[in-house]
Write a protein that binds this ligand. Structure first.
Ligand code: DAH
Length: 357
C-alpha cells in the first residue's frame, strides 16, 4: 500500500491508529474513534474518497487501492476490538445481574488434617493422659537401629534387600521398615536418666517403608504407631490392660481385644492383638471376613537384649511395646476397601473420610 499519495495528516493518524484502538476501554470510545476514521462525513476515510474524486486520472487506480487498503484495515481492527469489548461487557453484566447480596461470600476451600493423621492424633490423645509423650525418629535409619538394637538376627529374612530399601551407597543406611527403631533411639537417649524419670513411656507415630508391590492392601510406604512403656515388674497384664483400655477409647466401649501368641525378635513373649470387629460387633462381616476379629497390633514384653543394647539393666527394668498398623485400622474403621485411596488425595474421598473423626 503506497501511503505517499495520501495527505500527511492522514498518514500520521494512521500510524497512531492501532494504539488508539487498543486504548479504547469501552464501546463509546471505540465508536467515537470509528466515526473519526471511517464515518460518513468528515472522517479520514470520507476525506480520502473526496481526494480520489479529484485525483488525476493516472493516479486513480493506485490511490484507490491505497485508500481501500487503509479503510479495510481500520474496519477490521475496529470490528475485532468491538467484539472484545462486547464480550467483556457481557461478562460484566451477567456477573452483576447474578450477584445476590444475601449469599455468603465465596470462601476459598481450606484443607483439613488427612484421615491417617487424624487417626494417629486420636491415638496420641488416648495415650497422652496415661503419661505417654510423642517421639519421632528419622525415616532414614541405620541397620543398627532398625535391626541390631531390636535383637533381629543377621540372617533374619526382613533384613534382605528383597524386603528393605537400602541406600545405594549401602553403608548400613536404609528406609526404616517399622517404627520400632524409635524404641532403640529413645531407650539409648533416656537410659542415663531412667532412674530419675522413674521409667519411660512414649508413642511414636510415623512413616515406614517396605518393598511391597502396590495393591489394595499393600503400599511401599505406610504408617505405624509404636508404643512403649518401661518400668518395674512390667508384665503381660499391664500390656493387656493398657491396650484394652486404648482400643475402647478408640473404637468405643464395645471394643474388645484378643491376644494371640506370636513371634517378634524384640519381644518375649510376643503376641498379635485382634480387636473385636468394630463394625459388626463380632457377629461376622465383610470387613472381618466373617471371623468377628481384626488384627491391628503386634506387641509383647520388651526383650531383655533390647534393654541391654540400649544400656538399661533388664534385671531392674522391664517393659512392654506395641506397634499398630495405621492404614489397616483406618481401612477397617472407615470400611475403605482400597488402601491406595488414602494416598491419592481425591478430595471427594478425603471429604467422605470426615467420618473418621
Ligand atoms: N515392628 C513390628 C512390625 O512392623 C510390629 C511390632 C510388633 C511392634 C511387636 C512392637 C512389638 O513394638 O512389640 O511388624
Amino acid at each position: 500500500m503506497d501511503l505517499t499519495l495520501l495527505p500527511p495528516d492522514i498518514t500520521a493518524a494512521h500510524s497512531g491508529f492501532e494504539l488508539a484502538v487498543a486504548a479504547c476501554a469501552d464501546l463509546d470510545a471505540l465508536m467515537r474513534l470509528k466515526g473519526e476514521f471511517t464515518g460518513r462525513d468528515g472522517s479520514h476515510a470520507a476525506r480520502m474518497m473526496d481526494l480520489l474524486k479529484t485525483a488525476p486520472k493516472e493516479q486513480k487506480r493506485e490511490l484507490g487501492a491505497a485508500i481501500n487498503g487503509l479503510k479495510n484495515a481500520w474496519e477490521e481492527s475496529i470490528k475485532k476490538r468491538q467484539s472484545e469489548l462486547e464480550a467483556s461487557k457481557k461478562r460484566g453484566t451477567s456477573l452483576a445481574s447474578s450477584w445476590d447480596p444475601d449469599l455468603p461470600p465465596p470462601m476459598p476451600a481450606h484443607g483439613a488434617r488427612h484421615p491417617l493423621n487424624r487417626l494417629m492424633d486420636r491415638l496420641v490423645d488416648v495415650f497422652r493422659p496415661l503419661g505417654y509423650h510423642v517421639e519421632e525418629g528419622p525415616e532414614t535409619e541405620t541397620e543398627a537401629h532398625n535391626f541390631d538394637g531390636l535383637n533381629i538376627p543377621e540372617d533374619h529374612p526382613a533384613r534382605g534387600s528383597a524386603d528393605t530399601f537400602y541406600f545405594a551407597a549401602h553403608e548400613g543406611k536404609l528406609l526404616r521398615t517399622h517404627t520400632s527403631p524409635v524404641q532403640v533411639r529413645v531407650l539409648k537417649r533416656l537410659a542415663p536418666d531412667i532412674e530419675k524419670l522413674g521409667g519411660i513411656r512414649f508413642l511414636a507415630p510415623g512413616r515406614v517403608y517396605r518393598k511391597d508391590e502396590i495393591d489394595p492392601t499393600h503400599s511401599p510406604m505406610f504408617h505405624q504407631v509404636e508404643g512403649m512403656l518401661v518400668g518395674h515388674n512390667i508384665g503381660m497384664h499391664h500390656l493387656k490392660g493398657t491396650l484394652a483400655y486404648a482400643m475402647k477409647a478408640l473404637f468405643g466401649p464395645a471394643a474388645d481385644v484378643r491376644f494371640r501368641p506370636s513371634y517378634f525378635p524384640f519381644v518375649e513373649p510376643g503376641c498379635e492383638v485382634d480387636v473385636r470387629c468394630p463394625l459388626c460387633g463380632g457377629s461376622g462381616c465383610r470387613v472381618c471376613k466373617g471371623s468377628g476379629w481384626v488384627e491391628i497390633l503386634g506387641a509383647g514384653l520388651v526383650h531383655p537384649n533390647v534393654l541391654r543394647f540400649a544400656g538399661i539393666d533388664p534385671t531392674i527394668w522391664s517393659g512392654f511395646a506395641f506397634g499398630m498398623g495405621v492404614e489397616r485400622t483406618a481401612m477397617m474403621v472407615s470400611q475403605t476397601p482400597d488402601l491406595r485411596l488414602f494416598f491419592e488425595n481425591d478430595q471427594r474421598f478425603l471429604k467422605a473420610m470426615g467420618g473418621l473423626d
